[in-house]
Design a protein. Structure first.
Length: 103
């Protein structure tokens, strides 16, 4: 279930990137980030609000890429940060609600 939620978040993240005609390696990088976030949501047991857990995991995974992106294009970190906060929070919350309903 975590991989599915991550893939959905990845598609949502990549759609504006495709519209901006960004490179496929950038699109693949963003999509894979969200798949990993979804996976980690499903296997990590940290006691905190689910939306915060999703955001924390997303930002931790984004950090190495954000350093590289920020050194070349610092202003592009603004939309990346906003989307990471939104999608991370929604992924964590959605995963929890889906698992809650399945239990």
């Amino acid at each position: 279930m975590g991989l599915t939620i991550g893939a959905i978040a990845g598609i949502i993240d990549v759609i504006p990137m495709i519209l901006q005609k960004l490179t496929w390696d950038a699109n693949l990088s963003a999509f894979s980030l969200w798949v990993v976030v979804g996976y980690l949501l499903s296997v990590t047991e940290i006691e905190m609000p689910t939306w915060l857990k999703g955001s924390l995991l997303a930002f931790l995974i984004l950090l190495p890429s954000a350093i590289l992106i920020g050194s070349k294009e610092p202003f592009s970190l603004i939309p990346i940060t906003i989307l990471t906060l939104i999608l991370g929070s929604l992924s964590g919350y959605t995963y929890h609600k889906v698992i809650e309903k399945l239990s």
